[in-house]
Design a protein around this ligand. Structure first.
Ligand SMILES: Nc1ncnc2c1ncn2[C@@H]1O[C@H](COP(=O)(O)OP(=O)(O)OP(=O)(O)O)[C@@H](O)[C@H]1O
Ligand SMILES: [Mg+2]
Length: 260
């Protein structure tokens, strides 16, 4: 498997960090060795999503600059999931492609999946990360609205221009009720707008914390898992090469309904 995946979007607040944390847990739950890196320098957020905010460790920058070892920066979240923090007082202006690429290639030797939780928008961190030859995949996160999808199309074009060959779309905060009430467009109409292949749809989840917390439930309690979490697990399964229907375990779809 061994891949390095940017989780990105031009728009802020669409769910990149939530998706990174949720997918990291889902893939770790499938026995994959995952490392999730917060690339949102200065702002951060993945530490909170992964429940690691009270652990002090050197950031990715210290490792890149060689002032600490990987084992000092890499914090175990659980047996299969590791986290590296973003720096607190640095905006990423000094980030350079070559050392980053070398470090990412090193991580690729040890982990099945390296997730890079990107800041919103283009800019220097986006350019530097997407210029790394080690980064070959991207997940573009968008919400179910016109502006967000237009931005997804644009960022996918930029990534393609940088030589990133595998780009997939995650439609987040999908609200079927809004479709029924005519407030949001049916999903197929939405998807015709973008040429980025869809890897999954994550429903709007009123308790969004459930999406990022690792719920280890006994088999008889599996029905307590929220739909958003199931959707993330479906995406994780697809990333592992499994063929899973779009809404498996999430909602029943009628072939002729307004959703399709
Ligand atoms: N599927 C969802 N259902 C409900 N709320 C969600 C969902 N996904 C994300 N959220 C909420 O939306 C907010 C923004 O999410 P998140 O921080 O993951 O976005 P982001 O794209 O990483 O933002 P930024 O661009 O600032 O880094 C958070 O409050 C999060 O809990
Ligand atoms: Mg974020």
């Amino acid at each position: 498997m061994n891949k390095i995946v940017m989780v990105t979007s031009l728009k802020g607040g669409v769910g990149k960090t939530t998706v990174t944390a949720g997918l990291s847990h889902a893939l770790a739950g499938r026995g994959k060795n995952v490392i999730a890196i917060d690339m949102d320098f200065g702002v951060r957020g993945l530490d909170i999503a992964l429940g690691m905010e009270s652990y002090a460790a050197p950031s990715i920058v210290e490792w890149l600059e060689g002032t600490c070892e990987l084992r000092n920066a890499a914090l175990p979240v659980n047996e299969y999931l590791t986290f590296i923090a973003a720096p607190i007082n640095e905006g990423g202006e000094n980030l350079k492609t070559e050392p980053l690429n070398t470090c990412l290639l090193e991580l690729k030797k040890h982990y099945d999946i390296v997730f890079l939780d990107m800041p919103a928008g283009g800019g220097h961190i986006f350019d530097t990360v997407s210029s790394c030859s080690a980064v070959t995949e991207a997940l573009v996160v968008a919400t179910h609205n016109e502006n967000s999808l237009r931005a997804a199309q644009k960022v996918a074009g930029e990534l393609t221009g940088k030589g990133i060959s595998r780009i997939h779309l995650i439609l987040n905060c999908f609200a079927p009720d809004k479709v029924r009430e005519g407030e949001a467009r049916p999903i197929l109409e939405t998807l015709f707008q973008v040429s980025v292949p869809l890897v999954g749809v994550v429903p709007y989840e009123p308790s969004a914390d459930n999406l990022v917390h690792n719920q280890l439930l006994a088999p008889h309690d599996q029905n307590k898992i929220c739909n958003g979490k199931r959707a993330l697990d479906n995406i994780a399964a697809r990333m592992c090469g499994k063929n899973i229907p779009l809404f498996k375990g999430i909602m029943k779809t009628k072939p002729r309904s307004r959703l399709f």
